[in-house]
Design a protein around this ligand. Sequence first.
Ligand SMILES: *Cc1c(COP(=O)(O)O)cnc(C)c1O
Length: 380
Amino acid sequence: MKLGTKLIHAGVEPDPSTGAIMTPIYQTSTYVQSAPGQHKGYEYARTQNPTRDALQNALAAIENGTHGICFGSGLAATDAVIKLLEPGDEVIVSNDLYGGTYRIFTKIFERYGIKFHFIGMQDAQQIRQHLNGQTKMIWIETPTNPLMNIIDVAACAQIAQEHNLLLSVDNTFASPYLQNPLDLGAHIVVHSATKYLGGHSDVVHGAVIVKDEALAKQLYFIQNSCGAVPGPQDCFLVLRGLKTLHVRMQRHCDNGAIVARFLREHSKVAKVYWAGFEDHPNHDIAKKQMRGFSGMMSFTLKNDSMDAALKVLSGTRLFSLAESLGGVESLIGHPASMTHASIPREDRLSYGLTDSLIRLSVGIEDADDLLADLDSAITG
Ligand SMILES: *Cc1c(COP(=O)(O)O)cnc(C)c1O
């Protein structure tokens, strides 16, 4: 079955009690047993919920995995993955990554004795220099946030395999429409379903997808033991969002290409970060592992001052100034003060995340209106 069909049908069966075509929101905390231990496979709603099951099965199918495990947010999903590790273990992490991921790694898990090495991975072979006997996992985000670097997932998978490590890929920016890390050799895929999967800026949700039975078992155990489960209404919203992922993503890609090219030609713009450009340093890898370049991009102005950037940020009308991404509406953001404020300034600057960098999540509005909006904000 191809992706567009899976997105609509996978995991979803007509409801057994009524035939409802959409999986109902099973808003219940428990399930009645006919005799002690005799039940229909559902005992308590932290452990199992039919709305969540439908979504978990759908997510497994669209990432070409075997098991989906859902959480109350993308960071709760990340939290569960790191709980696969033990004190003393080490993780090699791509340095240009979501600020909240950096925060949970450094401010929470380092206190529990797990060590994280943040390194540039545009050349995946860099990873080898940081391997030691304690290394247990490679954690990457690609495209990276917010600089849109591309990391070669298959090359990372090769290193992981040679050294018996887990490779975990945060696939939030690409979505399964554009990239399937499990097919490239990754063991674990993480999503903030808050973004493209949900797609309508109306839910916070996270997921982990794997294709290994033992890993799935451990993750379900963590899901149930730690309890960061999503509510059934949130699962329903993500399940509904999935049904149009392919249609939305195609428009995000089309609009993204139009906006990226427009910005690159603009007299006041210095640099546009978008992997779809042929001269992007990792364009070949992007083309090899992705089927498009999404609606995410960043840019800097020729007037490289905080002030000039702030003017643009408050000058758009269609692009709303907000954190998050991946919804149908276009957003504009300032990583240094918003999504990436939790990364120390020296660290940010060291890999190119400057104070004047502006990030766009290009939505699915009419492109002409988006260009006019950006032009008036940039030209002032
Ligand atoms: C938003 C985001 C997260 C965190 O997800 P939440 O749902 O906000 O907890 C993780 N990774 C990336 C790439 C994100 O954009």
